[in-house]
Ligand binder design. Structure first.
Ligand code: SAM
Length: 379
């Protein structure tokens, strides 16, 4: 992507990291920082049941309303800029979801939402007025294909909700929320890629995002072969190439460890292969470290704080449990002994087995900032 073609949808620009130079420079100097973004899981349950869900441990936690306010106030004080309501379950099921959105935006945070879309018809007004982006995990672009993944029967309802958001956004003359549809598609849906692009385009979405689901990284048995995955990626690319509209089409080229092994057992290194060159897999595999982790934190619906979205609900990676009654604030946990030990393990990528490389681009910049920056004098 060039700057020219990303200028319109500047929110999707590959240069967004420039906005965080101060934090990236600080990390490169070896300093600790407070996060830019906090993911806040309002609940740990879901009304859909995707076979390969990254949150396999659905439970029955729901954050208390008063706790959410205390936390948001503290995060504001600490200078956190964005709150993302995304994982751990389906956040829109929280009984005070609309109110919490308004409070979060009212405090001046940017608000991001990732949702299965099942509550959009009820919540579209508050979402459109308060969110900077909303990404709908729709995965199947027809009622049947959607049901085969989500095991729910609400495709038409979800699509109707997305239409309301886009229509209201237009009515209000707003640029936000940026609306994206994500498709984690396994091989069974390879023939639905054109349909998926058509759906996004017809709805007026800003982007569609394709990826084969993660399996081993989220503790699941892989159900597609390496060759099937390559076929899928090639089909995503064909879909993208055949599309001439103005919506963006993104593809995630992630290569799992088992694929990497498969390629190296054939003497065919994925690093040199077609997909690797397109930016798959992170610099972390080369440097053996992840320094960018402090840019993000996750507060799970049981009030445990995790340093990365891929580690939520894995007990050994919790930096502690928030409890305002006993003084265990976010700040105290963030600067506590437990986090120091955990962040050292993250710097050494002891968590690589769970990694899908959300911080990879930031790590590349930090690694560069740590060099002597030879040839600075030349443009
Ligand atoms: C686990 S969901 C939680 C948030 C919300 N319930 C939703 O459906 O968007 C967060 C995102 O992870 C994606 N996801 C879940 N499991 C995945 C997997 N195994 N591989 C790739 N993406 C996955 C979903 O499609 C969704 O976009």
């Amino acid at each position: 992507m060039t700057f020219g073609d990303s200028f319109e949808d500047i929110e999707l620009s590959p240069y967004k990291w420039v906005t965080h130079m101060d934090k990236l420079e600080a990390i490169a100097r070896g300093e600790d920082i407070s996060p830019v973004t906090v993911e806040l899981d309002l609940v740990s349950y879901c009304n859909h049941n995707c076979g390969w869900c990254v949150d396999p441990k659905h439970m029955n936690h729901s954050l208390e309303r008063i706790f959410v306010s205390q936390l948001l106030d503290e995060l504001k004080e600490l200078g956190i800029e964005g709150i993302v309501f995304k994982g751990g379950g389906e956040g829109t099921l929280h009984q005070s979801y609309a109110e919490i959105l308004e409070e979060t935006r009212g405090l001046g945070f940017e608000v991001g939402i990732v949702t299965n879309g099942s509550k959009l018809l009820e919540l579209y007004d508050q979402i459109t007025r308060n969110a900077s982006y909303v990404r709908i995990s729709i995965d199947g672009p027809t009622p049947e294909s959607h049901q085969s993944i989500h095991r729910s029967n609400d495709f038409d309802n979800i699509v109707a909700g997305i239409k309301e958001i886009i229509q209201l956004r237009e009515c209000l003359g707003q640029r936000h929320p940026i609306v994206g549809l994500s498709f984690a598609m396994d091989y069974s849906l390879i023939d639905f890629i054109g349909e998926a692009i058509k759906l996004g385009n017809n709805l007026g979405a800003n982007y569609v995002f394709f990826r084969p689901p993660f399996f081993e990284e989220v503790g699941r048995q892989n159900t597609i072969t390496v060759d099937q995955k390559r076929e899928l990626l090639a089909a995503f690319e064909r879909g993208k190439k055949d599309y001439n509209g103005k919506m963006k089409v993104f593809i995630d080229y992630w290569i799992s460890d088992s694929e990497a092994e498969y390629f190296s057992s054939r003497g065919d290194s994925p690093r040199r292969g077609k997909y690797m060159q397109k930016g798959a897999n992170g610099i972390e595999h080369i440097t053996g470290r992840c320094l960018a982790s402090p840019l993000l934190a996750v507060v799970a619906a049981d009030r445990n704080v995790y340093p990365c979205c891929n580690l939520r609900f894995i007990e050994e990676w919790s930096i502690g449990k928030l409890d305002y009654g006993s003084g265990d604030t976010f700040e105290r946990l963030w600067h506590g002994e437990k986090r120091k030990k955990i962040i050292d393990r993250i710097y050494r990528i002891e968590c690589i087995g769970f990694c899908t490389h959300p911080m990879s681009k930031y790590n590349e910049v930090i690694e560069y900032l740590k060099t002597p920056r030879h040839h600075r004098g030349f443009v």
